[in-house]
Design a protein around this ligand. Structure first.
Ligand code: F6P
Length: 353
């Protein structure tokens, strides 16, 4: 029986455990042993192989299938960019009789998989990131779950916003990608969405748009902002702006959801000339730590099955994706260079009032 190995890498994402379970199930079916590697590529540094390689069987991990987080643990491993370390990792894997590795993670993790494959260790990638920033596939494990967490949160926020006539700034994750923000705003009917892909934006323009909603009698607009969009904001001197209002902001401090809400409050007026009570929420890590949605779990299962089958057939250097409801595999290099156009039409329509 040959050994294959699996690791999860980068930020954890809902569905990683489901994929590992599906891999274990299919490995058993195809007469392969499965080793789990602890803490992503860190587990390949050879520091403590007895601790870092764990025998996984469907019987001992069946119960993790729908659990949040990643049972194998994860990490970001900058050391793995070093070629000597990559070569040592391949040597270590061979010593452990491993004939192929399945890497579950985002683009950085896929680069690690590509490096291992280039050094002769067959590798297959499964896209695991809530950010959805891999353009070759229409979905990555965890994205759907993260969006559902955000949609639930924004619905609750909109209920209390409506009760109090308060606009609300909601920041969501996504690193450089605005997909979580765009999908959340679309699904909740939020009035304003700000994504990094749309390019530079101005605080004053958002204030004008918020004011126009207030002028039309909507006092509870939701402004959904992707975390990556702060880097695309036209420089705004938040210190100079907020200090006269007695707000403690020091030179050079960046804009945040909290300060953005404070600024919008002062740039807008309610019909009685008072400031609107703009509030803020940063949804944060609850997006990553949720149990996988049915969509993510189903994709994770199909991807896990396919990954084992590819290794069994001796196929390497592929990453698994899903397009138009069909799970497929793609060359890792092509996948890393794919470019998905931003849905500007949807973005502009959501932001059109
Ligand atoms: O890549 C997933 C992600 O959750 C991003 O959305 C976010 O920017 C980042 O990870 C946060 O990383 P960390 O866990 O290192 O704080």
């Amino acid at each position: 029986m040959s050994n294959i190995a699996v690791l999860t890498s980068g930020g954890d994402s809902p569905g990683m455990n489901t994929a590992v379970t599906a891999i274990a199930r299919n490995a058993t079916r195809l007469n392969m042993n499965l080793l789990g590697i602890d803490r992503g590529f860190n587990g390949l540094l050879g520091k403590n192989p007895a601790r870092d390689f764990v025998r996984l069987s469907i019987d001992n991990i069946l119960d993790i299938a729908d659990q949040a987080g990643t049972h194998l643990r994860t990490a970001r491993c900058l050391e793995f960019l070093n070629e000597d370390i990559q070569e040592n990792a391949v040597r270590l894997l061979r010593q452990m009789d491993v004939v192929g590795v399945i890497v579950i993670g985002g683009d950085g993790s896929f680069k690690g998989a590509r490096a291992l494959a280039a050094k002769g260790m067959p590798c297959i990638g499964i896209p695991g990131t809530i950010d959805n920033d891999l353009a070759y596939t229409s979905m990555t494990l965890g994205f759907d779950t993260a969006v559902n967490v955000c949609v639930d949160a924004v619905r609750s926020i909109r209920a209390t916003s409506r009760s109090h006539d308060r606009p609300h700034v909601v920041e969501v994750m996504g690193r450089h990608c605005g997909d979580i923000a765009l999908m959340t705003a679309t699904a909740t009917g939020s009035e304003i969405v700000i994504c990094p892909e749309a390019g530079e934006w101005k605080v004053q323009d958002v204030a004008k748009r918020l004011q126009s909603h207030i002028d039309r009698g909507n006092y509870r607009s939701t402004i959904v902002i992707a975390e990556g969009a702060w880097a695309k904001m036209r420089p705004f001197d938040v210190c100079k702006f907020l200090r006269p209002y007695g707000k403690e902001v020091y030179e050079g401090e960046p804009m945040t959801a909290y300060r953005f809400a404070s600024v919008l409050k002062r740039l807008c007026r309610m019909p009685d000339d008072s400031f609107p009570e703009v509030r803020h929420t940063v949804i944060g890590y609850t997006q990553r730590g949720a149990r996988p949605s049915a969509r993510d779990a189903a994709f994770a299962t199909e991807a896990g099955i396919m990954a084992v089958e590819l290794l069994k057939k001796g196929i390497s250097n592929r990453v698994i994706g899903r397009q138009k409801g069909v799970v497929f595999h793609e060359d890792i290099e092509k996948a890393l260079h794919a470019h998905r156009p931003f849905n500007r039409k949807l973005y502009n329509t959501l932001n059109s009032l």
